[in-house]
Write a protein that binds this ligand. Sequence first.
Ligand SMILES: Cc1ncc(COP(=O)(O)O)c(C=O)c1O
Length: 371
Amino acid sequence: MPVSFLDLKRQHEEVGGEVRAAFGRVLAGGTYILGREVEAFEREWARFCGAAAAAGVANGTDALALALVASGAVRPGRRDEVITAPLTAGYTALAIRNAGGIPSFADVNPETYTLDPRGLERALTRRTRAVVPVHLYGRMADMEAVCDFAERRGLFVVEDAAQAHGARLGGRRAGAWGHAAAFSFYPTKNLGAYGDGGAVTSNDSRLIERVKDLRQGGHPSALGGRVAGRNSRLDELQAAALRVKLRRLDAWNRRRRQLAGTYRRLLSRGGGRLVLPSTGAGAGSHVFHLYVVRHPERERLRAHLAARGIETLIHYPAPLHLQTLFRRRGQHSLPAAEHLTHEILSLPLYPQLLDEELRAVADGILAFENA
Ligand SMILES: Cc1ncc(COP(=O)(O)O)c(C=O)c1O
């Protein structure tokens, strides 16, 4: 049975009627950017995350860059360093660069794949101003240890929560832990728009007001400041669609967890070479934006699945500290991230995936393991 990695048409079939009604309201209303839908979504998104306030922006990359600038973590022209994880979308480090900062990297924990707090000290220099933990694949980083370290060292914490909408750790949701947090609403995310979108959340309402100034960098209210903003606005159609989908986010995340549980049950019968997502620290926070397994013969397994019509992807094929754009003299090796990039494989998992499709993926993997 062929299985697509992700079929967003199925999500649209679920919400299409409500989205069309919401779009109709916007189209007839005559306001298309930063209007009432965006304001309502910002209130609803902040409440959902348990943060004081939110600001809608054009995409997740801008959300992270604006959060870094608005918080004061990255100052204009100062070459401030920001520590982040090397195993993440390139956009994480790109956003740090776009904000005017310099990304530096600390290794990930080999079990959880998120930033390992034990490596932060080594990455610290006198220029370090902030840490950006990434809640990778939907699993929250070790926020207690990261925030603890940052507090002792006087650093800002800005969460990259682009993959962790609704994740909850220690009773607090992604987006309410750091000085600020950045979300992406790219269509494939747990909460996705019909185009690009992003948001910054924070418990500091003044920081969010600064983001709202900086997202319209050419506006007189921003031109009087000392920091250059950008043009990064969320539009009304995207906000209206996000409001419809937000009402389903918890249920969709529950379905993602259920599917992950089924993968675990079925794949635990495989050989000893397949490594499933760890059930250790932080596993309860997981909202499975991606279901990522590891296998020492990843390429052969991938080809075997492709021959059965099963699509898989690799998130991510190379660690960021080895990319030309981010490579720096003196960067030490980061063995966990470097090793993981050779073995990780993302399997199909999204709320509308059918049980029989998931079984077809698991059967394909078990056939490879038991051959
Ligand atoms: C971890 C992470 N950070 C940042 C981004 C950037 O978000 P966007 O594509 O909306 O700019 C993404 C998504 O692409 C992501 O997965």
